[in-house]
Design a protein around this ligand. Structure first.
Ligand code: NAP
Ligand code: MG
Length: 401
C-alpha cells in the first residue's frame, strides 16, 4: 500500500508520562506505516519546557496559529511536588492555559460513544459537546472577608476620572464576604464565534444558557452578545446548514439536557462549563473516552485528549509492569487533526484514513477487546481486558482487515 502524502505539516506537541509513551506507540503502530507523516515537532515534555524557560510552549502555539491544525499530548501542570521531581527553575504555567490564551480559543469536549458502554442517562444516544468559556468570571475574581460594620460598594472609575458607585451590601449586623468579577465583551464575542463556527463545522445545534433573569446586567450581556453575533453573522449560514441557535435559562437548560438524546453543543459560561463538563464526562462513562478540541474564533484547531498524563500508570510502567492505559482519546486527537488537515489541504485520502482508524478503534472495543477502564464499564459478555500494546495491535489488525 502506498503511503498517504501530506502537504502542510501538523503541529505536533509532545507531552509527559504515560501519554508520552502512548503517543509514540500510536505514531509507530497506527500512523507512520500508512501516512508519510509531516509534522512540525515541539517537545512540551516538562523537562524541555524547563530547559527552554517555557518558550517551547509559546512557539508551539504560534506554530498552531501559522499552520491552523495542531495535535497535543497531555502535559504535566507543575505543582510543588513536580518542582522537586523535575528540579524546575519555576512553577511553569499550564501549557493548555498558555496555548488557549495565544489562540484566544474555546475548548469543546465530546465523549466517544461505543456499544456495550451505556451512559448513566440511557437516552443520551449521541454525544453532548460542552463548550466552556475559559475566561474571567469567578476564575479571575477579587474577594474579601469583611468585618461587621463595613459598607461595601462597587466603584468604577472611567478614563476621565468619573466615579460610578453601587452598593453591594451594608454589613451593619454581621461580618461577611464579598466578591468582584469581570468579563470582557471581546472575550465573550470570541467565545460566541468559536461556538458558532464549530457548530457549522460539525453540523450541530448550539444551546446557550445563563441566569439572565437574576443577573440582569452581567449574564444578560452574554445573552445579548451571543444574540447579536448570531443574527448578524451566522443566522443565514445556520439556516442553510439546517441547524439552530437556542437560548434558554440555565435551569431550563439542565432539565432539557437530561431529557435530551444528545447531539448538540452546549455553550457554557466558565463556571457552568467547569462543573457540567465533569458531570457530562462521568455520565458518559470514562474520562479516557473524552476528546477535546481548542477552536479559535478565526478557525485554528488544536486537538487533544481530555484526560491528563495518567501518572499512576506511568510509575507502574517505569517499574516494568504492563499497563492497560486507554489510548482512545489520544488516537481521536490524531484522527481529528488528520481529518481537519485533509479537509483544509484537499487530501481526501488523509481524511478517509482518519475515519478508518476511528472505526477500527470503535470496532475493537465493540468486539470485546478493551483496556481495563472500559472492561469495568462494558456490558459485553465476551469482553477481554488487554494491555495498551495489545489493544493497539488489535486496532492495527482491523485497519488492515
Ligand atoms: P489523569 O492523568 O487524567 O488521571 C486520573 C485517573 O483517571 C488515572 O489515575 C486513571 O485512573 C484514570 N485515567 C485517566 N486517563 C486514563 C486513560 N487514558 N486510561 C486509563 N485510565 C485513565 O489526571 P491526574 O492524575 O489528576 O493528573 C496527572 C497529570 O496530568 C498531572 O500532572 C496534571 O497536571 C496533568 N493533566 C494534564 C492535562 C492536559 O494536559 N490536558 C489534563 C489534566 C491533567 P486509575 O488510576 O484509577 O486507573
Ligand atoms: Mg472541573
Amino acid at each position: 500500500m502506498d503511503k498517504i502524502m501530506m502537504k502542510t505539516p501538523l503541529v505536533e506537541m509532545d507531552g509527559d508520562e504515560m501519554t508520552r509513551v502512548i503517543w509514540k506507540m500510536i505514531k509507530d503502530m497506527l500512523l507512520t506505516p500508512y501516512i508519510d507523516l509531516k509534522t512540525e515537532y515541539y517537545d512540551l515534555g516538562l523537562k524541555n519546557r524547563n530547559d527552554t524557560d517555557d518558550q517551547v510552549t509559546v512557539d508551539s502555539a504560534n506554530a498552531a496559529k501559522k499552520y491552523g491544525v495542531a495535535v497535543k499530548c497531555a502535559t504535566i501542570t507543575p505543582n510543588a511536588a513536580r518542582m522537586t521531581e523535575y528540579d524546575l527553575k519555576e512553577m511553569w504555567k499550564s501549557p493548555n492555559g498558555t496555548i488557549r490564551a495565544i489562540l484566544d480559543g474555546t475548548v469543546f469536549r465530546a465523549p466517544l460513544i461505543v456499544k456495550g458502554i451505556t451512559p448513566y442517562i440511557p437516552t443520551w444516544t449521541k454525544p453532548i459537546t460542552i463548550a466552556r468559556h475559559a475566561y474571567g468570571d469567578v476564575y479571575k475574581n477579587t474577594e474579601m472577608q469583611v468585618p461587621k460594620g463595613s459598607k461595601c460598594e462597587l466603584v468604577c472609575t472611567d478614563e476621565n476620572g468619573n466615579e460610578t458607585r453601587s452598593e453591594i451590601y451594608d454589613f451593619k449586623d454581621s461580618a461577611g464576604i464579598i466578591q468582584g468579577m469581570h468579563n470582557k465583551d471581546e472575550s465573550i464575542a470570541s467565545f460566541a464565534r468559536s461556538c458558532f463556527n464549530y457548530a457549522l463545522d460539525t453540523k450541530q445545534t448550539v444551546w446557550f444558557a445563563t441566569k439572565d433573569t437574576i443577573s440582569k446586567k452581567y449574564d444578560h450581556r452574554f445573552k445579548d452578545i451571543f444574540a447579536e453575533i448570531f443574527e448578524n453573522e451566522y443566522k443565514a449560514k445556520f439556516d442553510e446548514a439546517g441547524i439552530e441557535y437556542f437560548y434558554t435559562l440555565i435551569d431550563d437548560a439542565v432539565a432539557r439536557v437530561v431529557r435530551s438524546e444528545g447531539g448538540f453543543i452546549w455553550a457554557c459560561k466558565n463556571y457552568d462549563g467547569d462543573v457540567m463538563s465533569d458531570m457530562v464526562a462521568t455520565a458518559y462513562g470514562s474520562l479516557a473516552m473524552m476528546t477535546s478540541v481548542l477552536v479559535s474564533p478565526d478557525g485554528k484547531y488544536e486537538y487533544e485528549a481530555a484526560h491528563g498524563t495518567v501518572q499512576r500508570h506511568y510509575y507502574k510502567y517505569l517499574k516494568g509492569e504492563s499497563t492497560s492505559t486507554n489510548p482512545v482519546a489520544t488516537i481521536f486527537a490524531w484522527t481529528g487533526a488528520l481529518r481537519k488537515r485533509g479537509e483544509l489541504d484537499g487530501i481526501k485520502e488523509l481524511s478517509d484514513f482518519a475515519g478508518r482508524l476511528e472505526s477500527a478503534t470503535v470496532r475493537t472495543i465493540e468486539d470485546g477487546i478493551m483496556t481495563g477502564d472500559l472492561a469495568l464499564l462494558s456490558k459485553l459478555e465476551n469482553k477481554k481486558k488487554v494491555d495498551t500494546e495489545t489493544f493497539l495491535s488489535e486496532i492495527k489488525a482491523r485497519i488492515e482487515g
